[in-house]
Write a protein that binds this ligand. Structure first.
Ligand code: NAP
Length: 258
């Protein structure tokens, strides 16, 4: 099977570097024949993401900090002539101190910041870009098990991911009549720049490798292939879902005795 996304245009938000999950998704989308639009957040990442965009053959590489309504509006203007088929929202942020101290100590500002960047932005991005999906399409976001289970130090981000997954369900309901499907992929832990902000993240990786049914961690390419499925005709019956790509870790209660 090949070229599952031929003739489709996908916008991918959240490529920061080669280790980003969004980069793996963009690579897989290019492999499957999609036309790519990438976005980055601010001048700091411009040169890096433009270089990555060249490697990926992206048609456009544009700036968009999702917390700035004017930047979202400028993004819509910049691509207003496009027919979009796929939106990948691969964005999250929380203050580092909120990913290391007890959840009980979360500040109001830290809580609201995590929600704004990591959850509300799916709503604002979907509202802004869905009008360009004139022939229907697929919206994808990235979640994590910390939404439904307590994962040490994931804290405020777990609460944001719980809200994100609820947003997926409500958006799926709102946009289904326009043939737009909305889903989340709940990825297993992967070493990325964001993940490095979580205290003791390497212990989480070790735990998953030891306990998960597949006895290993998640490869970003596996997440990307599921993102291809969800964006393609093959995923046409799936919406409002959270699909786990985590080596099966989420089904385990206690470790299997050796
Ligand atoms: P990443 O490479 O650091 O990607 C996170 C992206 O979010 C970066 O490009 C970051 O840009 C961007 N971002 C943050 N604030 C933004 C804003 N205001 N406007 C626009 N972009 C903004 O890390 P990642 O692990 O691939 O994360 C991608 C998604 O996967 C996140 O939703 C994350 O929660 C989720 N996820 C990750 C894992 C994991 O273990 N890595 C597991 C499950 C789910 P800057 O670099 O400029 O901040």
């Amino acid at each position: 099977m090949s070229q599952l996304l031929a003739g489709k245009t996908a916008i991918v938000l959240g490529v920061a570097n080669k280790w980003s999950i969004a980069y793996a998704i963009a690579e897989a989308y290019r492999r499957e024949g999609a036309r790519l639009i990438l976005t980055y957040q601010g001048e700091r990442l411009k040169a890096t993401v433009e270089d990555l965009g060249k490697e990926l053959g992206a048609a456009l590489v544009l700036n968009c900090d999702v917390t700035k309504e004017e930047e979202l509006a400028a993004l819509v203007t910049a691509i207003s002539g496009e027919k979009l088929d796929v939106i990948v929202h691969s964005i999250a942020f929380a203050n580092r101190e909120d990913l290391s101290r007890p959840f009980l100590e979360t500040s109001r500002d830290g809580y609201l910041l995590a929600q704004e960047v990591s959850s509300y932005s799916l709503v604002s991005v979907s509202r802004a870009l869905a009008p360009l999906m004139t022939e229907g399409g697929a919206i994808l976001t990235l979640s994590y098990l910390g939404s439904v289970r307590v994962i040490p130090n994931y804290n405020v981000m777990g609460v944001a991911k719980a809200a994100l997954e609820a947003c997926v369900r409500y958006l799926a309901s709102d946009l289904g009549a326009r043939a737009i499907r909305v889903n989340a992929i709940s990825a297993g832990p992967i070493k990325t720049a964001s993940a490095r902000g979580i205290k003791d993240f390497s212990k989480v990786l070790d735990g998953v490798a030891a306990i998960s049914p597949l006895r290993r961690n998640t490869d970003p390419a596996e997440v990307a292939d599921t993102a291809v499925f969800l964006a393609s005709h093959l995923g046409r019956g799936v919406t409002g879902n959270v699909v786990y790509v985590d080596a099966g870790f989420q089904v385990m209660g206690l470790p299997t005795p050796d």
